[in-house]
Design a protein around this ligand. Structure first.
Ligand SMILES: Nc1ncnc2c1ncn2[C@@H]1O[C@H](COP(=O)(O)OP(=O)(O)O)[C@@H](O)[C@H]1O
Ligand SMILES: [Mg+2]
Length: 103
């Protein structure tokens, strides 16, 4: 399994665009792809035409240790060969990581 991370501190430089385009292109070539959106803006869903009404669980629910959930409950199939793990609640995610780093 290969992993590609797209990251940059600056906003508006094309992270979401590049992530979605690479994911879509690899899926079209026949690779099984999962796009994991770790950005609080959750633009991958927007760019792929998925609205938040289509999913209930997100990356936030996975890291929230107070509620045990199944990874599969967070993953949506959005196109052939392309799955999406959407994001939400970036403030709560940051708070969770901060809390964990202090334990
Ligand atoms: N290669 C590119 N050329 C021109 N505009 C681009 C390019 N990549 C992205 N954009 C545009 O730049 C804006 C920001 O891109 P986005 O992917 O949302 O950035 P980020 O995720 O880093 O905040 C969007 O309007 C997008 O359409
Ligand atoms: Mg973005």
């Amino acid at each position: 399994m290969k992993k590609i991370a797209v990251l940059n501190n600056k906003g508006g430089v094309g992270k979401s665009t590049v992530s979605v385009q690479i994911s879509h292109g690899l899926a079209k070539l026949g690779f099984k792809v999962i796009l994991i959106d770790l950005d609080g803006q959750n633009d991958s869903s927007l760019f792929l035409g998925v609205s938040s009404s289509e999913y209930k669980k997100t990356f936030y629910d996975l890291i929230d240790k107070r509620n045990k959930i199944d990874l599969n409950d967070c993953i949506l199939n959005v196109r052939e060969n392309l799955d999406l793990l959407p994001n939400s609640n970036i403030e709560e995610i940051n708070a969770e990581f901060y809390r964990e780093s202090r334990i």
